[in-house]
Design a binder for this molecule. Structure first.
Ligand code: SAM
Ligand code: ZN
Ligand code: ZN
Length: 434
């Protein structure tokens, strides 16, 4: 658990062991601060580790016993990122499932100081006690999501989110969108709502059509002009690991490239590496801090074959000593392939480490995490990187040798990949996979 937390703080640039906690007047009691406000984001890592963003009514964070709350100097957006780890917070096991978006909470704990203050200041609170003061109402939840998008770095998402809200309350089919979506009507049902509220088999049928339309319109809006795979021709997202593995085999499997091993970064359950190791005879190591829980059918298909290796840790740049050892290995860098399918926070580290060490890599970027990486700027207009499109442009600008391709599955399907200069020509010895 401590390793996981340490890794998380490393991703934020590391904690500063020398810095004393900020002491805004009138100061905390025994180094304890408390923050009170609405939950605007919950990320559950496990039952023993949960991250909760709390937006305070005003930008205030005060000491336990102070009547008047004191402003915290580093907090500009009124949001506190509360880290609830079972080791520090005895309430966590009983609270864990109860923490919901929109709930009013009070959290107590110590403020953590980051080594390098990020361009968008953030306040991390290591929580020792948490109380839920009031549960969210359904409409409160809507506000909470909007509030989360309010800070400067999430502007682009705020726009797309408000358009979602608008869509929910307009209607071309005469159908109540709240009703079809949740089985409840925000406007009070037949009494107060002008739209239709079908029931029973009609509801099931209309819901199916509505969901299919939503999925299709989302896919159309994500489709890029140069993507050769029409939305209707794409495979389901669940087939992405196999498709990516086959693409890797076709692209990097030529003897010229001489790839001896793969590091499957942020691989989750590790399906891509497993496929490469078993179907294409390419030793692969999964790198992901999560426990690897495989679906039953994967275990059945595995039969008596062994699972590929798993290093449980964070892929960050600069790498920790253990990761460094794994990267060096016994294979020369140009024969080790780094891959990342929807690798979330590890995406940029794969690119940076690959380019620096001369290791070929292939990634399919997805989420951007703008609040975690607020310093990224678009190479074209200098704007913040808040969308996947901008993120891909930003990554691609790191080296003129970076290429791209599309994979035939739904969702984020653009691959960026790079081979060290001369890799095509270098006739390496040994048994590369083919
Ligand atoms: C969206 S999932 C993708 C999993 C898998 N590649 C797939 O496509 O099904 C993202 C994964 O990234 C992992 N992850 C996030 N940041 C990471 C980091 N810095 N190092 C390693 N894994 C990370 C998470 O634990 C999670 O399993
Ligand atoms: Zn209605
Ligand atoms: Zn993602």
């Amino acid at each position: 658990m401590q390793d996981l937390l340490h890794g998380y703080y490393q991703q934020l640039g590391g904690l500063d062991p020398d810095a004393s906690a900020p002491s805004p007047p009138p100061g905390p009691v025994n180094g304890e601060y408390q923050a009170q406000g609405k939950i605007v984001r919950v990320r559950r890592f496990s039952r023993r580790l949960v991250f909760v963003d709390v937006r305070m009514g005003q930008c205030k964070l005060g000491g336990e016993d102070t009547q008047e709350e004191a402003p915290l100097s580093s907090c500009s957006c009124g949001k506190v990122e509360a880290v609830l780890a079972a080791a520090q917070c005895a309430d966590l096991p009983s609270l864990h499932r109860g923490l919901k978006l929109g709930d009013e909470v009070r959290v107590h704990g110590s403020v953590l100081q980051l080594k390098a203050p990020a361009p968008a200041p953030r306040t991390l609170l290591e929580v020792s006690r948490a109380d839920i003061l009031a549960k969210a109402s359904v409409s409160g939840l809507g506000n909470a999501v909007e509030e989360w998008h309010a800070p400067r770095v999430e502007r682009a998402e705020a726009r797309s989110d408000s358009s979602k809200v608008a869509k929910t309350s307009t209607n071309e089919t005469g159908l109540c969108k709240f009703w079809v979506n949740t089985g409840r009507c925000e406007r009070g049902g037949e009494e107060g709502c002008p739209y239709r509220h079908p029931t029973g088999a009609d509801l099931i049928r209309e819901r199916k059509v509505w969901v299919a339309q939503r999925v299709e319109s989302r896919m159309r809006s994500q489709q890029r002009a140069d993507d050769p795979f029409e939305p209707g021709r794409k495979k389901r997202k669940s087939g992405r690991a196999l498709i990516f593995a086959q693409w890797i085999h076709t692209t990097f499997g030529k003897p010229d490239h001489a790839i001896y091993r793969v590091l499957d970064v942020a691989g989750g359950k590790g399906a891509v590496g497993l496929e490469l190791e078993h179907s294409f005879n390419l030793p692969s190591t999964l790198i992901d801090p999560r426990e690897r829980i495989l679906p039953k059918w994967t275990l059945r298909n595995l039969g008596d074959k062994e699972l590929n290796a798993h290093w449980k840790g964070w892929f960050v740049d600069p790498p920790c000593e253990e990761l460094d050892g794994l990267l060096q290995g016994t294979t020369p860098p140009s024969h080790t392939l780094l891959i990342g399918l929807h690798p979330d926070q590890a995406t940029e580290a794969i690119v940076d480490i690959g380019l620096r060490l001369g290791m070929p890599w292939a990634i399919v970027p997805c989420c951007v995490f703008p609040s975690l990486f607020p310093e990224r700027r678009s190479p074209t207009d200098g704007e913040e990187v808040t969308t996947t499109e901008r993120f891909i442009d930003y990554l691609q600008a790191k080296d003129p040798g970076i290429q791209h391709a599309y994979l035939p599955f739904e969702g984020r399907n653009r691959v960026l990949y790079w081979m060290p200069p001369g890799a095509d020509q270098s006739k390496a010895e040994g048994d590369a996979f083919s």
